[in-house]
Design a protein around this ligand. Sequence first.
Ligand code: NAD
Ligand code: ZN
Length: 238
Amino acid sequence: MSPIEVARNKIEAASSLMVLSGAGISAESGVPTFRGAEGLWKQYRAEDLATPEAFRRDPTLVWEWYQWRRALIATKKPNAAHEALVTMERSLKDFRLVTQNVDGLHPMAGSEKMVELHGNIWKLRCTACGRITEDRSLDLPALPKCQDCDALLRPHIVWFGEAIDPENLQASMAACRACDVMLVVGTSALVQPAASFAAIAKTSGAMVIEVNPNPALTHCADLLLLGRAAEILPQLLA
Ligand code: NAD
Ligand code: ZN
C-alpha cells in the first residue's frame, strides 16, 4: 500500500479525527506564509509587527501592515485542500479542525467544527472593552475606534507573546487527547502551543500524519505525506 492509501484507510476508520492546519494550507491559494520571502512587508519581519509592543509603539504602522495583508487575502479563495477538509468534516462523525491561520479561508470553504486558534484577520477587538466586531473596510490613516467606548480597535489576532483564548485552548487540547488520528497540514510547528499538539496527540495514542513539502514533525509523525496540501488532501477522501 502507498502512504496515501494507508492514510486514507486510517482516516476513513478513525473514530475521532483532528486536523491541525497552518499557513502552508493557504499557500496554494496565494496567501504568503510568514517565513517565505514573499511574506515580507517593507523591511519588517512578522515577529516585529505582530506583537503588543509594536502596537503600543506605533499602532498606525501595525494597522498599515494588517491593511496590506487584508487587501491581499481579500483577493484569495479556498483551495482543494480547504475543500477536502469540509468533505471530511461532513463524512466523519467526530471531526475537529484547529487552524493557526487567520485568513478566514477555512470558514469560507464551509468548515464549521473548527477553532481559529490565532484569531481572524477580518475581526477587530476593542482595546478597552474587549468588544469584537467584524469589519472588512478600514479607512486608514484614521485608526478604527470602538462604537461603544471610542477606544482604539486592534486586530482580533493572538500576537507573539500573547495567550490563546482559554476556551479555544481547552477545546484544542481536548481534541488532541480524544483523537485517534491527527492530520497535520502545512505548519512549521515553531509557534507554541500548537507546536506541541502533535506530541500530545501521539502520547495519547493517536497516529500522527503530516502533509508538508518540507516536513517539520520528523520526530513525531508516524506517516509523512511529502507534498503540497492541495494535491494530497483530495487524495485522502474515501
Ligand atoms: P509557517 O509559515 O511557519 O510554515 C508554513 C509551513 O507550510 C512550512 O512548514 C512549509 O513547509 C509548509 N508549506 C508550504 N507550502 C505548502 C503547501 N503547498 N502545502 C503544505 N504545506 C506547505 O506557518 P505556521 O506554522 O502556520 O506558523 C506561522 C504563524 O503565522 C501562525 O501562527 C499563523 O497564525 C500565522 N500566519 C498565518 C497565515 C494565514 O492565515 N494564511 C499566513 C502567514 C502566517
Ligand atoms: Zn470598546
